[in-house]
Design a protein around this ligand. Structure first.
Ligand SMILES: [Zn+2]
Length: 134
């Protein structure tokens, strides 16, 4: 399994994370092709907890984003968020979220590091992040 994302899109998330004292979050919309999750669009959603250690996406913005993506023929291939003060690995709370949203979870820290994870057989598994050119 791997996540393919454009450099610009990845940089956009990293920059937003570096600038923010609270966790930034949102969706990765795109298409799944076999074992590859191709990101076509990054969609930021307001973290309504406004917290540096947890996030909860604003439900109205979530619904709006998913509607727009579906109209373009895209699906939710991932959820992203940041850990301003911690390494980019899923927290206990993230694991609960991964059960609710069983897609790729991309986590970035405040220093440009990142990791992508999926839940497989109730275990967290790191997957490769590749850069797509087109
Ligand atoms: Zn987290």
């Amino acid at each position: 399994m791997q996540l393919m994302i454009r450099q610009n899109d990845l940089n956009g998330i990293i920059k937003a994370a570096e600038k923010s004292e609270v966790e930034v979050c949102g969706f990765l919309f795109g298409r799944r092709e076999g074992e590859t999750f191709k990101v076509g669009e990054v969609y930021f959603v307001t973290n309504r907890l406004n917290s540096p250690t947890e996030f909860e996406m604003d439900p109205l913005e979530m619904a709006k984003g998913i509607d727009e993506a579906e109209r373009k023929g895209l699906e939710v291939v991932g959820v992203f968020h940041s850990h301003p003060q911690c390494p980019p690995r899923p927290s206990g709370r993230d694991l609960e979220g991964m059960e609710v949203w069983p897609v790729v979870w991309l986590i970035v820290d405040g220093r440009g590091r990142y990791g992508a994870y999926v839940l497989r057989n109730e275990k967290v598994e790191g997957i490769k992040v590749g850069i797509r050119n087109c």
